[in-house]
Design a protein around this ligand. Structure first.
Ligand SMILES: [Zn+2]
Length: 472
């Protein structure tokens, strides 16, 4: 397949170090709060990538870390410790917080049909490996001790990689903005490998190290876990675009200095999810979670479809209106599949060209929306029902929209099961909402929209007014 590589800023043929065997690493969540649906967009697209690599005939070893220590709120070396803040907020210990939100994260993943990576490693379980890597970096002259901490010396590198369009000027600005003045650093871009001087008096988790009682920097965990679990040559490293700098930049610096050779060839970054307020972020509060979508009556797989409808390298804008469109598309898709007769054998010869088209679409930098188009083409095509069902199941190994399962459960045909009374109630609510919107009474309009969502009503604004149906 061809994939865009953020490191070279080009679409390139994806060739694993050992053909047919892909070593894939994913930066996992920082488990101090629920994941918001913007974070989950990244994990959905990484899941599609993993499943497509398998579909395309590769064996995939995938590793994910769980950041349960030492991740500071600025993503650089400063700011508040997120884990500590979470523990304070909820009057729990850091480890209780970590366990609770790790479980919550994987529950969300399950609802979104995101496969759990084969190997999931909490950072706190690997502190000895981090210490070893820091020791080697010190021995090799890539690190120095200052003011009680150990720093990586970026000036020792031939190339301090920068992703995207960041030039050295942007980089300097980025570093300035995100890092409080730390007079221990020899170079602006240097970063902490091991802290012994915690700014946080009540830092709970500390370990003995050759440099004193302390805790690891954030970046070191991904380098150490990846090298140990996946070996010296990593084929693909994934993450959200926010991770590119400084996290991934610093991972490359550490890993290549430690190994003494190039480390990871391909870097896969998923763009943000925006909402009306801009980039979705936990710090803004009131962020959207999978549970919230469910409370509003959406099947989490509708959100998965919403993500697959766009390309992972474009920012995606979320609104309940666009999610409603995805809900409608999902319901229609399921209805069409439910209408296919279940008996008979598929015509594999007739199916093959569609499988080729599907591979071509996803194999072209993971073009999921084109992949969905191929699925629609199948449903429209002159193929037997058995062949169509076979192809739906085949593509869904990658798309994971639970299409055959949803069809088997029986899609509710639009409006059919509603009594005339219920339909009239819904019509009245929709009219009230339209009135409130006309009067710019957004609070009432939103409250009614929530009531409608709770009844699984999916609305669409058309030139002829609002069209609606009851979603799955
Ligand atoms: Zn990472």
């Amino acid at each position: 397949m061809e994939l865009y590589n953020t490191l070279t800023q080009k679409k390139e043929p994806f060739v694993p170090h050992t053909p047919g065997q892909v070593k894939m690493y994913t930066c996992g969540p920082t488990v101090y709060h629920y994941a918001h649906i913007g974070n989950l967009r990244t994990y959905i697209m990484e899941d599609v990538l993993e499943k497509f690599l398998r579909y395309d005939g590769n064996q995939v070893d995938r590793v994910m870390n769980i950041t349960d220590v030492g991740h500071l709120s600025s993503d650089a070396d400063t700011g508040e410790d997120k884990m500590l803040a979470g523990a304070r907020r909820e009057h729990k210990t850091v480890l209780q917080i970590a366990q609770f939100y790790t479980d919550a994260f994987f529950k969300d993943c399950e609802k979104l049909n995101i496969r759990k990576p084969d190997t999931v490693v909490p950072a706190t379980s690997r502190v000895a490996d981090f210490i070893h890597m820091v020791e080697v970096l010190l021995e090799k002259g890539y690190a120095y001790e200052a003011g009680g901490n150990v720093y990586f010396d970026t000036s020792k590198l031939e190339n301090y990689y920068v992703f995207g369009n960041q030039n050295s000027e942007d980089l300097a600005v980025g570093v300035r903005d995100s890092v409080e003045e730390d007079s221990n650093k020899r170079n602006k871009t240097d970063f902490v490998l091991w802290f012994t001087k915690s700014k946080f008096d009540d830092q709970e988790l500390k370990w003995e190290s050759p440099w004193g009682l302390g805790y690891p920097g954030w970046h070191i965990e991904c380098s150490a876990i990846s090298v140990k679990e996946l070996g010296e040559y990593l084929d693909i490293h994934c993450g959200g675009i926010d991770n590119a700098f400084p996290h991934h930049t610093n991972e490359i610096a550490q890993s290549e200095a430690y190994l003494g050779h190039p480390w990871c060839k391909n870097w896969f970054h998923v763009l943000h999810l925006n909402d009306a307020r801009g980039k979705m972020s936990k710090s803004k509060g009131g962020f959207l979670t999978v549970s919230l979508l469910e409370e509003k009556g959406y099947d989490p797989l509708v959100y998965r479809l919403f993500c697959l409808q766009s390309h992972y390298r474009k920012p995606l804008t979320f609104s309940f209106e666009t999610l409603d469109n995805a809900a409608q598309a999902y319901q229609k898709l399921v209805q069409r599949i439910a209408a296919l007769k279940a008996d008979g054998d598929p015509d594999l010869e007739a199916a093959a060209p569609y499988q080729e088209k599907f591979k071509e679409a996803l194999g072209n930098d993971l073009n999921t929306s084109l992949g969905l188009t191929v699925l629609y083409d199948v449903l429209k095509a002159d193929l037997t029902d058995a062949t169509k069902r076979y192809l739906v199941g085949d593509f869904d190994q990658v798309l994971s929209l639970g299409l055959l399962e949803a069809a088997a459960k029986g899609a509710k045909p639009a409006g059919k099961e509603l009594s005339a009374e219920e339909a009239a109630e819904i019509e009245a609510l929709i009219a009230k909402r339209a009135e409130a919107r006309k009067n710019k009474d957004w609070a009432t309009a939103d409250a009614i929209r929530d009531q409608l969502a709770a009844r699984h009503v999916v609305m669409k604004d058309t030139p002829n007014g609002v069209e609606w149906h009851v979603g799955p």
